[in-house]
Ligand binder design. Structure first.
Ligand SMILES: Nc1ncnc2c1ncn2[C@@H]1O[C@H](COP(=O)(O)OP(=O)(O)OP(=O)(O)O)[C@@H](O)[C@H]1O
Ligand SMILES: [Mg+2]
Length: 315
């Protein structure tokens, strides 16, 4: 039996409002690292909030270790550790005090809790600063503490909601390595991110979310196969202005499946990058845009997202 089964799960925050999560179904097997990848507003946090029983579904249901989030929320909570996207820390307490407080809230106590706290401080590299107030920590240290709290008691299922947002590369490396080590300890992980590199590095399987819907699901190889025979061409431009217009023009070219603009770059999926290139350069020139760099890439999750939605995954 899967550790998590999600069936036609939906959430509407207000009666007349849009579906923040729209009929999402997936299952996660024991020991799997499963990522939900999607841009801002895709519905990742809302999905996590329903799985952790913080929010009740508008429709559908989900089961954690066979317990329904609707009917048996207490049983669900007992087997999960949650690392929320918004930091849940007491700034006036030290790391150690935060860990003790949250550990006791979760019913952990005594020597087992004390040892667990030492272990988590060691793992997160916070041991030396553990007695200092959280208000004196860097953003990356706070993120690591947030993670340590969610993992107290070594829960069989861990829900991680964008645990690496806005942190330094070193803290990110720490967190990614830690998540990978959970596979070894037999924990099951649901990880959300809008960084395709993270989903790519960590996941056994990936669900791609957009506008409340799960638009694709599979291993990295299976997802990349969705793009088919297309190649990816990325043009970096000196200017940011006019890049949208260039993407629109390139999307209309024969042999070009999609094109989208972000951060002064145009990414396009074409049957042949080599054939698309001279025409792309001509269009850029016609718009007065200067090309700074040209790259032909292997298809990746970014390309898959563009293929499925016609838009870039990046903000
Ligand atoms: N409390 C709320 N009340 C009303 N609408 C909400 C609320 N929380 C989220 N939403 C809406 O629900 C949709 C999904 O939001 P959600 O936070 O689940 O997305 P997300 O994928 O986690 O995005 P991000 O990457 O920015 O964290 C968005 O359109 C958002 O505006
Ligand atoms: Mg979110």
């Amino acid at each position: 039996m899967p550790v998590v089964t999600v069936q036609e799960l939906s959430k509407r925050y207000t009666p007349q409002g849009p579906l923040a999560v729209d009929g999402v179904s997936f299952a996660i097997e024991q020991g799997e690292i499963f990522s939900l990848l999607g841009p801002n507003g895709a519905g990742k946090t809302t999905t996590i909030a329903m799985l952790s029983t913080l929010l009740s579904p508008t429709a559908g249901d989900a089961w954690v270790n066979g317990h329904s989030v609707r009917a048996e929320p207490m049983e669900v909570r007992r087997s999960i550790g949650v690392v929320p996207q918004e930091l849940a820390l007491y700034e006036n307490l030290s790391a150690r005090e935060n860990l003790r407080f949250w550990g006791e809230m979760r019913g952990l106590q005594g020597r087992a809790l004390a040892e667990d706290i030492d272990h988590k401080l060691e793992l997160t590299g916070l041991r030396e600063r553990a007695g200092e107030r959280v208000s004196t920590y860097s953003g990356g240290m706070k993120r690591r503490l947030n993670l340590a709290i969610g993992l107290l008691g070594t829960p069989p299922l861990v829900l991680l909601d964008e645990p690496t947002v806005a942190i330094d590369p070193q803290s990110r490396r720490h967190i990614l390595d830690w998540v990978k080590s959970m596979r070894v300890s037999g924990q099951t992980v649901l990880y959300t991110t809008h960084y395709m590199e993270e989903a790519q590095e960590l996941s056994d399987r990936i669900g791609i979310m957009d506008q409340g819907r799960l638009i694709a699901l599979g291993t990295l190889d299976e997802l990349v196969d969705l793009v088919g025979e297309h190649e990816t061409l990325v043009l970096s431009l000196v200017q940011e202005e006019g890049v949208e217009e260039l993407a629109t023009r390139l999307a209309a070219l024969e042999g070009v499946a999609q094109a989208s603009a972000s951060d002064g770059e145009v990414t396009l999926n074409a049957l042949s990058a080599q054939r698309a290139l001279p025409r792309a350069l001509a269009e850029a020139g016609a718009l007065g845009l200067v090309v700074r760099n040209i790259e032909i890439r292997e298809p990746n999750l970014e390309t898959v997202f563009l293929h499925l939605t016609g838009r870039a995954l990046r903000d």
